[in-house]
Write a protein that binds this ligand. Structure first.
Ligand code: HEC
Length: 687
């Protein structure tokens, strides 16, 4: 009988081979080397000599990890992701729940045996519980931790997937069309969602194939995210409040941040939907379902600051991506019932509030008189979709939602400013410069929650020959508007779907209502429906073709304007959706791509166009590519799950990819002549 370090009793015979070294081994369960450990050591290939073990008294000095091949590290990586990443982060970078394991000197010991023991035995009285893996698996995890944490051994930090992301404002301010990276919700401050990439183009798009999917591991609600991509790192949100940083070439998670919102956070769709994040410098900004704005390190997911947008989380929440420019990070808000929309700017470094714009002017402010009685106090006017920014003139454009209660006009007589308007605010102060109201005193739920598209163009027939600074807007009320974005001047409006509510739009841009709209109790059939001719689904503008691509919805509804029940309108017949290409400056239809007629589900997907001559779009679970010039279908595939997000595109190492969220998956497509390099997988096959 040998005694070993007081930990283990070996009862070994005299034979030499490892396997036979001990006829019987008793393990000390509390702290020592277990049976399975020993069996693993006793494999002739283990590299651990039991004889050695027996002759030395310190296991830390003699026990070496027997599982250190590349495939062991890979196996360890998967185990780590599955069992440890929730606390320690996908790459061991640490989180609020657990310390970093990468790039640090481990406090509970750095030897193989110490790390092994810490994992198996846990750290008493902490969240680090014992983990009962087989010896082999445990050693593989140790190998993984070693691979991300070589400082403990060599003193040289070498994290396997350390990222170093930085997006300076100087880069964003000059970016008019996205290319390699996708850096704002709509691709640039001008929100054209038109990429200059053309590796994937109308001649080869039919070869597009799936490169990877990342499955969201939890219940995901409706994934409407439009990711941000920077140097091959993708940031995407999963509702209610998760933000995941992925390797955009492999879909592998780098880190994840989860904000816990109280259950009662129910403002609007908040909690069901989160459309994405903003990036600036080395920070990522996430707005949450409980009306917080959160800044994180883009490199580690560590929280830097959190600010309260609105206190009453039963009323307010955020569903959309914030917008960052200069030192400002700006967000809108959703309200569920009543409430009062705001647009708020914070200091990107400190989270201090810089300015706050009330989408319903308070007493004494111009516009307050457009609400009867006290109706302004709870008139809604959510600001629930990301705006655009004119760098040169420091003007922020933001859409404002409908007045509440939704369908009861008599409760809030007047135009109800700034509901259903676009507001132009001074970017650095929040001061209102002008507004344009698309649907005054609305009772059809026609939010102006669309993407403001900024375009500079010489208008045909303009005798001055001057380039105009334009704001282009396909509105939920069914009209396509062209405005002067410096003055708010109305230039023209043209219906882009079947509409029956307005006689025309007058010279000031105000709709002249059809008298039959005033009919009441028995209901009025109105086109478009309460969902609108379009909605929050992103449009896309192609500067070379002068075309605006708009996701459209064709259907009507029976409204009951006089019943005062706030009851929603009733669907009236079938629905179809279409991608329509409009002359961006006249609103005339140039082509359309129609999806199949259906009887329900009045949503569709947002659009992306590229200089490869393609428009990417989706409807239900179909993801497709159209010829930008003709609308001809070039490629499509069924994602198997409904697509609610908007696609984006990026390139890395000269290869272009297209990404879209479908149901519970993030899917990335590319051309088939190259394969994606990822850990242990698929080196380039053809190059
Ligand atoms: C529920 C959260 C949680 C999970 C899951 C978790 N850990 Fe931990 N872990 C902790 C905490 C907290 C500590 C710090 C304990 C302390 O205070 O020293 C820790 C400490 C450690 C340490 C010691 C760090 C040091 O500095 O010495 C290692 C190694 C470790 N964990 C590995 C793992 C591995 C491997 C897994 C998965 C098999 C895992 N942990 C799963 C929370 C967790």
């Amino acid at each position: 009988m040998y005694r070993f370090g007081g930990l283990i009793d070996f009862n070994c015979g005299s034979r030499r081979s490892n396997a036979g070294a001990c006829g019987a081994v008793k393990s000390n369960r509390a702290t020592g080397i277990s049976w399975t450990d020993l069996l693993d050591f006793m494999r002739p290939s283990s590299g651990v000599s039991v004889g050695f073990l027996i002759n030395r008294r310190n296991p830390h000095a003699v026990i070496r990890n027997p599982r250190t091949t590349d495939s062991d590290i890979l196996a360890g990586t998967s185990l780590f992701i599955e069992h440890c990443a929730a606390c320690h982060g996908g790459r061991g970078q640490g989180s609020v729940a657990a310390p970093a394991l990468a790039g640090v000197t481990l406090k509970h010991g750095v030897s193989d045996w110490a790390v092994y023991s810490t994992i198996r035995n846990g750290v008493p009285n902490t969240a680090m519980a014992p983990h009962m893996f087989e010896g082999k698996e445990l050693w593989q995890i140790v190998s993984f931790i070693r691979s991300i944490n070589v400082t403990a051994i060599s003193g040289k930090p070498k994290i396997k997937k350390s990222i170093n992301i930085n997006v300076p404002y100087q880069e964003l301010e000059t970016l008019s069309h996205p290319a390699e990276d996708w850096l704002t919700y709509s691709g640039s401050y001008r929100s054209n969602r038109n990429s200059s990439l053309k590796e994937i183009n109308k001649n080869n798009v039919h070869q597009l194939s799936l490169k990877w999917t990342h499955q969201f591991s939890q219940k995901y609600g409706r994934v409407e995210t439009s990711p941000i991509v920077r140097k091959g790192i993708m940031y995407m949100t999963v509702p209610p409040n998760r933000l995941i940083a992925l390797d955009a070439l492999s879909g592998k998670r780098i880190w994840e941040f989860k904000h816990k919102a109280p259950k009662k956070a129910t403002g609007g769709y908040a909690g069901v939907v989160n459309r994405g994040v903003a990036i600036m410098d080395d920070k990522i900004f996430l707005a949450s379902s409980d009306a917080k704005l959160i800044a994180l390190s883009a490199n580690t997911g560590r929280k830097l600051w959190e600010s309260v947008i609105e206190e009453d989380i039963s009323l307010y929440g955020v569903t959309s991506a914030p917008l960052a420019y200069k030192d400002f990070i700006v967000t809108g808000i959703s309200t569920k019932r009543g409430g009062r929309g705001v647009i708020v700017a914070y200091d990107i470094n400190t989270g201090a509030e810089k300015w706050r714009f009330h989408a319903i002017p308070g007493p004494g402010k111009k516009g307050n008189e457009t609400w009867s009685g006290d109706s302004w106090k709870s008139g809604g006017a959510s600001t629930w979709l990301t705006g655009s920014y004119d760098v040169e003139h420091d003007i922020l454009y933001w859409g404002v939602g409908n007045p509440k209660p939704d369908y009861i006009k008599s409760a809030r007589m007047g135009d109800n400013l700034y509901s259903n308007s676009v507001v132009a605010l001074r970017g650095s102060t929040g001061e209102i410069l002008w507004h344009f109201q698309f649907s005054p005193g609305d009772n059809h739920d026609w939010d102006a929650a669309q993407i403001p598209v900024l375009v500079d163009h010489v208008l045909e027939g303009d005798s001055s020959g001057q380039e105009r600074k334009l704001l282009l807007w396909a509105n939920r009320n069914g009209f396509y508007y062209v405005l002067d974005r410096l003055t708010g001047e109305f230039i023209q409006a043209t219906p882009f779907v079947h509409q029956t509510w307005a006689e025309r739009i007058d010279d000031n841009g105000r709709p002249v209502l059809k008298t039959e709209n005033l009919k009441s109790r028995d209901g009025v059939l109105v086109f478009p429906s309460n969902k609108g001719g379009t909605n929050w689904w992103s449009p896309s503008y192609d500067p070379n073709l002068g075309l605006m691509f708009v996701p459209t919805l064709e259907t009507g509804m029976v409204f009951f304007p006089g019943m005062e029940t706030n009851s929603p309108p009733i669907p009236a017949g079938p629905i179809y959706t279409a991608v329509r290409a409009l002359n961006a400056f006249t609103g005339e239809l140039v082509w359309e791509y129609r999806n199949e007629i259906r009887t329900k589900d009045n949503t569709t997907g947002g659009l992306l166009s590229t200089q490869g001559g393609i428009v990417f779009g989706s409807d239900m679970s179909e993801f497709f590519a159209l010829d930008s010039q003709t609308g001809e279908l070039l490629w499509s595939m069924n994602a198997g799950e409904k697509i609610e997000g908007t696609p984006v595109t990026f390139s890395r190492n000269g290869k272009q990819y297209v990404v879209v969220a479908a149901g519970g998956d993030m899917m990335t497509f590319g051309l088939p002549d190259h394969r994606i390099k990822s850990d242990g997988d698929l080196a380039n096959q053809t190059e």
